[in-house]
Write a protein that binds this ligand. Structure first.
Ligand code: GH3
Ligand code: MG
Ligand code: MG
Length: 316
């Protein structure tokens, strides 16, 4: 009948009564649970922190730290999930109310009926396992959403948001290790003409091919190729000096040209080409990554105005 795997479940039993501890723990151990014992609230808190149980059984009335205060402390430690089963005296309505308001999940009354304990424990563990599974699924879904939110749907590259997150992170990291951070900005030449001649859906296909070629060319782990917007791409190269970055930029420019995507309305080449701006900086506190973007943009503008299909470099 039972769907839970008792062997993997750990129960913390906090009770000052030696007889209760012995009877309950023996009964739960027979069900396959691992039982951790504590004889007062303080010991219970320490055992909780050490063993992280799947369920807590706690007596309401104990010396030093009672069951109600124990519950409150567990909640203060940030645990909202572990079920707490409080042991109260029979027909003590006030204790039952206090147990719930202190954060207990359920209660059982003394004198303890062992089969009631076993059933309640199994039910609560099953419920909490379901909640944990659902939380895990939610966390996974959230993570996937976050990844999607940083991804450009056309090219599957990082989008502007992913780029911003990444360059900020690498800016901070390079500042700490005092290493250069390089940025390459690429822009497809005469792309408006391309769309006009070959139509927008083919423009999209062209951008996908460009993106794939860039990703194939920029292979070092830590490098990030992003779609900066429209027909502009950005490549972040951490720990890369200006010589290295310029050589990557040249490789990318050549790779795109070598795709030989026909572009009859380009005045620089019969194929699709890109213009590329490169900039390198050793991050410091006196400026931020916008300075690097600005410099790479200026270099790109230079490459355009000097005739396109070329790389231009600017050191900040
Ligand atoms: P330049 O050589 O100076 O860069 O000229 P250009 O025509 O490439 O520059 P401009 O900025 O005038 O035009 C960019 C074009 O890119 C215009 C826009 O329609 C096109 N574009 C931007 N995003 C997309 C997209 O997602 N798909 C397609 N097919 N075209 C896009
Ligand atoms: Mg542009
Ligand atoms: Mg362009």
């Amino acid at each position: 009948m039972s769907t839970i795997e008792p062997n993997f479940q750990r129960i913390l039993l906090v009770d000052d009564d030696l007889v209760v501890r012995a009877r309950v723990s023996e009964s739960l151990a027979q069900e396959g649970f691992e039982v951790i014992l504590a004889k007062d609230g303080n010991e219970g808190i320490m055992a909780y922190q050490e063993y992280r149980p799947d369920l807590i059984l706690v007596d309401a009335v104990m010396p030093i730290l009672d069951g109600f205060e124990f519950c409150e402390q567990i909640k203060q430690l940030g645990d909202r999930l572990t079920p707490i089963l409080m042991i109260t005296s029979l027909d003590d309505n006030e204790s039952i109310d206090r147990a719930f308001s202190a954060g207990a999940t359920d209660y059982i009354s003394k004198p303890i009926n062992l089969s009631v304990v076993r059933q309640r424990v199994k039910n609560l563990i099953r419920q909490s396992q379901l909640i944990k599974d659902q939380l895990n699924e939610l966390q996974q879904a959230n993570q996937n959403l976050k990844l999607l939110a940083n991804l450009d749907s056309l090219t599957q590259l990082s989008n502007r948001r992913g780029f911003d997150d990444y360059i900020q992170k690498e800016w901070d990291r390079m500042q700490r290790i005092k290493a250069p951070l390089s940025l390459i900005m690429c822009d497809v030449d005469f792309f408006k003409n391309y769309n006009d001649r070959y139509l927008h859906p083919n423009g999209d296909k062209c951008l996908i091919k460009v993106a794939v070629a860039m990703r194939k060319t920029v292979r070092r782990s830590g490098d990030l190729v992003a779609r900066y917007g429209g027909e502009e791409f950005a490549i972040v190269l951490p720990n890369t000096n200006v010589l290295g970055a310029t050589s990557v930029a040249e490789n990318v420019r050549t790779a795109i040209k070598n795709l030989q995507i026909a572009h009859e309305d380009s005045s620089v080449c019969p194929y699709v080409t890109i213009s590329v701006g490169v900039s390198t900086i050793i991050p410091s506190q006196s400026n931020d990554f916008q300075a690097l973007i600005h410099a790479a943009d200026r270099a790109l503008y230079q490459a355009k105005s000097q005739g396109r299909d070329r790389v231009s470099t600017l050191i900040v």
